[in-house]
Structure formats: C-alpha cells, structure tokens
Write a protein that binds this ligand. Structure first.
Ligand code: GMT
Length: 380
C-alpha cells in the first residue's frame, strides 16, 4: 500500500507512534509518505520507500495565526495525487483529521477525481483535553465522524471518546507497540550505567514532554523519598514547560546532584536500558508509551492507575500502580523493589515478557495493515 502519515513531528508520544508505525510499515514493503511541518524526530533510518514532504506555511503580516491546517490539507492533496496514495493516516485529531477531510474533498471534487480515504488515530489529549475545549469540540467530533476509519490506542480512550463525543463511528482499539528487538537490555548498555551512577547505586528514570499532566514534581518527590533509603540517581529524559520547575524543586530538596536532566534524546532505548525503575506518576495517560518502552527494556514501571495505564501495566506482576498524587505509596513500591535485587530482576523480566506477549510490533503492525485493507474495501 501507499500510505500518507501525518503527525506532530515533535517529542509527543503520538508523533513517536506515528513515526515508528511508518518505519515498521516500510520494513513490510509499504510505501510511506510522511507529511508534516518538520521531519519527525524518530525518522532517523531512511529507506527508498520512506519519503518526507514538508508543509510550508507562509507567514504574512495579516496572518496573526498562520493557517497550518490549510497548508497541510493542500500538501496532503498534492502528495496523494502525485504519488497515488491509497490512504492517509493521521495521528492526533486536531487539526490533522480536519486537514485530511479537506484534502479528501478537494481530490473528490477536482478532475481527475481521486478517492482518498483517511484513518484517524486518537491518542489521548486530542480527546481528553483539546477536544473538550468548546472551540474545538464540534469540529473534532465532525472530523472523527467523517473519517473512513477511526482507531484508539486503548480501551479507555475508546470508551471515553464514545461517551464524551457521543459519536456513532466504530472505533477500533489498536494498542501502541514497541520494537522488542531494539528496546532490549544488553550487557553493553550496562557498561554505560557507570557514566551516570556508581556500582552501588540504582537508577530511576522518567521520560516525558514535561507537561503539567506528567506531574514532574511528583517524580522529584518520589525520588527524594527513595534516595533517603536507597543510594540512587534519577535520570530525566525529555524537555518541556515544567522542566525548570523540576530543576528548582531538586535544588530546594538538596538532591540536585543526583538528578540528571538529559533533555531530548534521539535513542531513548539506550538510556532506558540502563535503568532499574521508571517513574510515571501522570495525572492521566490514555496509554503510557513510555511505560511500555521501559518494560521492553526490563525496567519496572511505577505509575498511576490513570486512564489506560492499567491496560499496559499489571499491578504487582509487571509493575506497580498507585492513585494519582500518592507519592508515598509509589516511593514505597520503589524502595521495596530496589532493595531486593532478585525481586527487581524477576519483575523486570516479567515486564519484558508482558510487553513481548501483547505489544510487540510483530503483533500490532499486522492489525493496522488489516484495518487499512478493511477501510479500503469498505470505502471504495
Ligand atoms: O503524553 C503527552 O502529553 C503526549 C501525547 C501525544 O499525543 O503526543 O501522548 C498521548 O499519546 C501517547 C501515544 O499514543 C500515549 O502513550 C500517551 O498516554 C498519551 N498522553 C496522554 O494521554 C496524556
């Protein structure tokens, strides 16, 4: 198939999933065309069947808000016609599904009249936050209804979308995935540990875009409690609005020397694989891709029971779950586990097995391929 993929090319989880999906589909001999305002950050590997088309948005003094969604729709239509795409797959409803809807209408109305179905994948904040804003809700609902296929990354998000938006579409749940060959703990990675921690120290890790929903201050609070009992370091991967607040909190608590802010990283698997535990105390996660990536690397997630996280992490088996804000309980889980080497390694192995059994690319990518085929056969 020839597939156009649009996503936010930055560090958000939806862009990561979209890019990894495109790369995996390309490995399965599909022709992939990324259409976005900049090259997706994980689009490092290239291949002859992977193309990237930049969307140029013209700046003009009149445009206080440059109309990216219109430029995107135009580029989607151009690329679809030029490369004879079979379908578009957009990640994150706003504004991508609206642009895809416009591109589809333009192509249908303009000779030689091409039929271009589009699939929308819902990731979370496009529904739970942005879609609930009255200024976006009606158009988000409309573009979801107009999609030829809709997928959600967890049961939680599917149910929430159906309830909040009151739409009648079928929403297929296709969970997020991880490449279990790339996200793996190796002996070589363990040598890298020494760059960050001494041999007697444990490593806790957090990976996010440092937005308020991630509750970064809870990460620091948990680590402060852990550090009092277990010699350890905290590695923070990513960047975003709450980073400086977290840095300041670490200084105030006198633990700044043990908290390592690495910023944005290209190959997060190499950093994850040296850690023992991941802290993910989010207010909400419709899936929690970071937890899954950690699990594949035998890193035990300690997360909240929020949203779709219980679909990823099995409490007491592949990780631990606590109430949002309950930093004492999350710290206790970490302290007990980090203090018991054999329990830690056994849970790490179960975490990887959990990831492998349900969320490996080999299991999930064929679900997307089947879904595309169904959309193509139903909408032609
Ligand atoms: O977590 C974020 O703030 C980024 C956001 C996104 O759309 O880029 O992540 C959402 O999609 C990820 C990939 O599907 C999920 O793993 C995250 O759980 C989800 N975030 C939230 O629901 C807050």
């Amino acid at each position: 198939m020839k597939i156009g993929i649009t996503c936010y090319p930055t560090y958000g989880g939806s862009g990561v999933v979209a890019t990894e999906l495109g790369l995996e589909l390309a490995r399965r001999d599909h022709e992939i065309h990324f259409i976005s305002y900049s090259q997706p950050i994980r689009l490092i590997d290239t291949a002859p069947n992977i193309h990237y088309h930049e969307v140029e948005v013209s700046r003009y003094p009149l445009f206080e808000y440059p109309p990216y969604d219109l430029a995107l729709a135009t580029r989607m239509a151009e690329v679809s016609q030029l490369y004879e795409l079979d379908l578009l797959h957009v990640h994150y409803a706003i504004p991508h599904s609206v642009s895809a809807m416009l591109a589809k209408q333009m192509l249908a109305a303009t000779p030689p009249r091409k039929h271009l179905p589009f699939v929308t994948t819902l990731h979370g904040t496009d529904i739970t936050l942005v879609g609930l804003d009255r200024s976006y809700l009606p158009i988000t609902r409309f573009s979801i209804e107009q999609s030829d296929g809709v997928t959600a990354i967890s049961q939680y998000l599917r149910t929430r979308t159906l309830n909040v938006f009151d739409i009648k579409n079928h929403i297929e749940v296709i969970p997020n995935f991880v490449n279990c060959d790339e996200y793996v703990r190796t002996a070589g990675d363990q040598k890298q540990r020494r760059e960050y921690a001494s041999d007697n120290e444990r490593i806790l890790v957090h990976l996010s875009n440092f937005r308020p929903v991630k509750r970064i201050s809870d990460v620091i609070e948990i680590f402060e409690r852990v550090r009092k009992q277990i010699p350890s370091k905290l590695i923070l991967i990513g960047d975003g609005p709450d980073r400086s607040q977290a840095e300041w909190l670490a200084v105030q608590k006198g633990i700044h020397d043990h908290v390592l802010f690495l910023g944005k990283q290209d190959r997060v698997q190499e950093k994850l694989a040296i850690a023992d535990v991941m802290l993910l105390p989010s207010e909400l996660e419709s899936f929690g891709l970071a937890a899954l990536e950690a699990m594949a690397c035998e890193v035990v997630p300690i997360a909240t029971k929020a949203g779709g996280l219980p679909e990823v992490v099995e409490h007491g088996v592949t990780g631990f779950l606590a109430d949002v804000g309950d930093v004492d309980t999350m710290a206790k889980y970490a302290i007990d586990l980090l203090g018991d080497e054999s329990a830690l390694r056994a849970m790490g192995k179960r975490a990887r097995e959990g990831a492998r059994a349900r969320f490996c690319t080999s299991k999930i990518i064929p679900l997307y391929e089947d879904f595309y085929r169904r959309v193509l056969s139903q909408s032609s």
